[in-house]
Ligand binder design. Structure first.
Ligand code: NAD
Ligand code: WQD
Length: 337
């Protein structure tokens, strides 16, 4: 059984990936400092998986963390989720993001080389595309100048990994460019934890419907789209988790020569904010009260993924519908109440 280290594995995407790794016969090991998650996630993962969870509470910016992990466990592969991800916060406090997202990735790569760990999957983001010139956006689309320090950290980390692979005969790595992850595990025991005010549409929407907030604010109805609201590619977090297992097995299955590639992980479907609201109301029979506001600075009009590359090379395709994802997001919200 292969040991897979999941940095940030108690987080939204990492916890769901933990479940799918287990289901696929891997032995996942979590390292997390719980700066944006709760240790209750560990208990809930044990309930979902029906077995103890191996985890280490530690900071991935501390070299001793990896010295402990790599001398305690024979690590076969790593999925690097640990990062800070609030776009707005990154503008106010860029150095926190360059340290926590970029420096931690440099340290991870150094420790992988020191301990002979050669397989890596990295959490990147469609934010690297900015506003693409053509849609759906393919992996050949140019990476555009980042509109936030957060987005810049993802671009920089991709380049650091690429360059390290080029200088290292045996390192194999994949960057996954996620679009907009939503939803939760069917058990509603894990999901996107609302630590602090949510930054994203779906937690805002579900907290509003749950009465925890006022009406949802629709940021911008003057975009050049069919209904005037912005378009995104909303992917169920379980589909995203399966993509990680496919990417990991692809990396592990290659011969031990240098390899780097990157893949869009989205559904290939674009949905506007109004379409999300309509889909949520249809899926849950709940009414979404909303108010129209000006655009959020820095937001792009539309982005959704071309998925042929991940379909054909990773053998992965999103399978869960927007309505199903919104139903799961609501079930998670209700479980939190
Ligand atoms: P999350 O905040 O839920 O999970 C990140 C986890 O990493 C948290 O549990 C946090 O405690 C942990 N962590 C952060 N810094 C750490 C450190 N220094 N040491 C140890 N643990 C640390 O975020 P998420 O939504 O699960 O995102 C996971 C990854 O995917 C991130 O790299 C994020 O940038 C990327 N991503 C997220 C989205 C999204 O919309 N959620 C989209 C694209 C990419
Ligand atoms: C989606 C749409 C908003 C909230 C962000 C990060 C990206 C990635 C995913 C980490 C937009 C609109 C939102 C609200 C609204 N994260 N909206 N009212 O901005 O596409 O991407 O999360 O990697 O890097 O930028 O996602 O959910 O914030 O917004 O109208 O209360 O919903 O304007 O059009 P976004 P989002």
């Amino acid at each position: 059984m292969m040991n897979i280290l999941i940095t940030g594995g108690a987080g939204f995407i990492g916890s769901h990936t933990y479940v799918v790794l287990q289901e696929n016969g891997y032995n996942p090991i979590i390292v997390d400092n719980f700066s944006n998650s709760s240790e209750k996630v560990i208990t809930n993962l044990e309930t979902i998986c029906g077995k103890p969870v191996t985890y280490v509470k530690a900071d991935v910016n501390d070299p001793a963390t990896y010295d402990q992990l790599f001398t305690t466990y024979q690590i076969d592969g790593i999925i690097h989720f640990a990062a800070s991800k609030a776009v707005g916060e990154s503008v106010a406090n860029p150095l926190k993001y360059y340290r926590n997202n970029v420096a931690s990735t440099v340290l991870l790569l150094e420790k992988m080389q020191q301990y002979g760990v050669n397989n890596l999957v990295f959490s990147s983001s469609c934010t690297v595309y900015g506003q693409p010139d053509e849609l759906p956006v393919t992996e050949n689309s140019p990476v555009q100048e980042a509109v936030s320090p957060y987005g810049n950290t993802k671009q920089i980390c991709e380049e650091i990994i690429r360059d390290t692979v080029q200088a290292n005969a045996t390192l194999k790595a994949i960057s996954l460019r996620y679009f907009n992850p939503i939803g939760s595990h069917k058990s509603a025991l894990i999901g996107e934890l609302p630590l602090g005010p949510p930054a994203n549409l779906i937690p805002f929407l579900t907290q509003s419907v749950a009465g925890l907030r006022g009406p949802l604010q629709v940021w911008g109805t003057d975009y050049p789209t069919a209904d005037g609201t912005a378009i995104r590619d909303y992917i169920h977090v379980m589909d995203l988790a399966h993509a990680h297992v496919k990417a990991l097995s692809h990396v592990l299955g290659r011969n031990n020569t240098a390899y780097y590639d990157f893949f869009n992980i989205g559904t290939g479907e674009g949905s506007s904010v109004y379409q999300v609201i309509q889909a949520f109301e249809k899926a849950t029979h709940k009414k979404v009260a909303y108010e129209v506001r000006d655009r959020r600075p820095g937001d792009i009009t539309a982005v959704y993924a071309a998925t042929e590359k991940s379909n054909n090379i990773l053998g992965w395709k999103a399978e869960i519908s927007l309505e199903e994802a919104l139903k799961d997001a609501w079930a998670w919200q209700e479980a939190l109440l």
